[in-house]
Unconditional design. Structure first.
Length: 93
């Protein structure tokens, strides 16, 4: 599973899977196991804001920190996403 970064943000790895690329760009936030069970899922808008689709086990403080990190790094993250997908940003549909 491709990680956006090798380090954790608020105790969670940020990643996507090769099967994720059929959807709009999003970020999974998970612990060591990198499984969708209990992980958060954030759809990323073209301005870097994100919409929480699934909170998982992540508390509200970490949700805000992860969203802030995504906002600050979304362009670099999108380049990693776009390297294997032609699906763009979340459009709310």
């Amino acid at each position: 599973m491709p990680k956006y970064y090798e380090f954790k943000v608020c105790g969670y790895y940020l990643y996507f899977t090769s099967k994720c690329i059929v959807e709009a760009m999003h970020v999974h936030a998970s612990d060591e196991q990198l499984t969708e069970a209990g992980s958060g899922k954030f759809f990323v808008k073209e301005n870097g804001d994100s919409v929480v689709q699934n909170k998982g086990k992540i508390n509200d403080r970490c949700i805000r920190r992860i969203q802030k990190f995504i906002k600050e790094n979304y362009k670099e993250m999108y380049r990693k996403w776009a390297a294997i997908s032609d699906t763009g940003y979340y459009t709310g549909e």
